[in-house]
Design a protein around this ligand. Sequence first.
Ligand SMILES: Nc1ncnc2c1ncn2[C@@H]1O[C@H](COP(=O)(O)OP(=O)(O)O)[C@@H](O)[C@H]1O
Ligand SMILES: [Mg+2]
Ligand SMILES: [Zn+2]
Length: 461
Amino acid sequence: MAVKVKTVFVCNECGYESPKWQGKCPECNEWNTFVEQVKAQPTTAAAKKASANLLTTPGPAQVLNLGEISADEGIRHNTGMTELNRVLGGGIVPGSVVLISGDPGIGKSTLLLQICQQLCMGMRVLYVSGEESMRQLKLRAIRLGVSTENLLISCTTDTLTVIDTIESVKPDMVIIDSIQTMNLSSLSSSTGSVSQVRESTQLFVREAKENDIPIFIVGHVNKDGAIAGPKVLEHMVDTVLYFEGERSLSYRILRAVKNRFGSTNEIGVFEMGEDGLREVENPSLMLLSGRPGMVSGTCVSCVMEGTRPILAEVQALVSKTAFGTPRRMSTGFDYNRTSLMLAVLEKRVGYFFGNIDTYINVVGGLRLDEPAADLPVALALVSNLLDKPIDESIVAFGEIGLAGEIRAVGQAQSRVNEAYRLGFHKIILPHSCAVQIRTAEMPQLDLVGVKSLSQAIHAIK
Ligand SMILES: Nc1ncnc2c1ncn2[C@@H]1O[C@H](COP(=O)(O)OP(=O)(O)O)[C@@H](O)[C@H]1O
Ligand SMILES: [Mg+2]
Ligand SMILES: [Zn+2]
């Protein structure tokens, strides 16, 4: 008798399962991500084991009094890169599983191979690559200047082989590059599918916890839906790092989006070069290099990335709408927030953008998603509309309310300090922040506290 094969449709982005095909995933709202998969039937061995487990009870779990538990999380391993350490919350925690995801070619393998140089001073690292051959890895290691006895390389794509290798080699840290190439032969679905990626990760997570070794997992972000995206794994691992940046530009931003052992606000900035990734200790200087002199429509702001103030340049371009409804484009700044700024400018200050296209761009691929970026955006728009350049020594930050008022933002002191340090002496900021700034060590500082958007616009004229 022919057995009817049960299939199920699985979203490649988030792993949502549905009995029938759907164009749009109800879970993550992505389009065209559903693929048909054979429904995973428990193998007979596993089924037997499961039923056997029902008969024998495993005994009680270990229970400790809260006072008896040590709060000492153990030493964190130093990666040798301050930027990465900071994003991880101070280094690598033993037994933690870190997912590094990003577009192909962004530099995930490069970063992980590079940190091996420092890590291998005190520990043995197993680098499992399913993407490159041993020779390719050797060539890359030579290019990056990584040479150490303690780095073990294995090129395999079989998950169980990797687990066995970890058990026999007993490394102090493992790197899996990439999870989408890992394959469990007991599963019928193809390599890179949601179930393969999920099951393999589960095994690696268990391995990390049981042996108390950190495991780094590389996950590619997919655009075409051929492989499962890293979203599927995010809830299974301890820490999720996004490595992002424009392919055409050399610098990269590493961001923690989930971290059980640290803050998720921190970013690390790197620059990709021929000999690998270089840390950028002063991102503001880099982001501001190549600023056009005395051109209308650009305004420098100071935003907080975690605990670090970073100066970034906001650019605005306005032009008369040629046809139909005006275009609104916004890169690096929230689109809806731009519309709101335009409405406030129109209603409260009297600048009309009704038949004008507006383009906003934050230089350097940075994303400004804090309210403090409102003011520079509005000022850049007005500056370009009036074709009046904003003085090069001005930095502006502040939240704009619907009544056109400028509202206080956090950490004003560190923003002012950073701006002053980099030679920006005139700072336009919310009035309520300005009165609290300690200006003792900044003799040339010109603080302009503003209460309303029109006051701020007056200050740049
Ligand atoms: N000589 C070089 N050979 C190869 N790649 C280089 C070289 N110099 C710089 N690179 C950079 O290294 C990147 C490859 O990064 P990689 O770590 O393999 O990315 P990922 O692992 O995220 O796919 C390339 O996109 C390129 O920018
Ligand atoms: Mg790679
Ligand atoms: Zn989905």
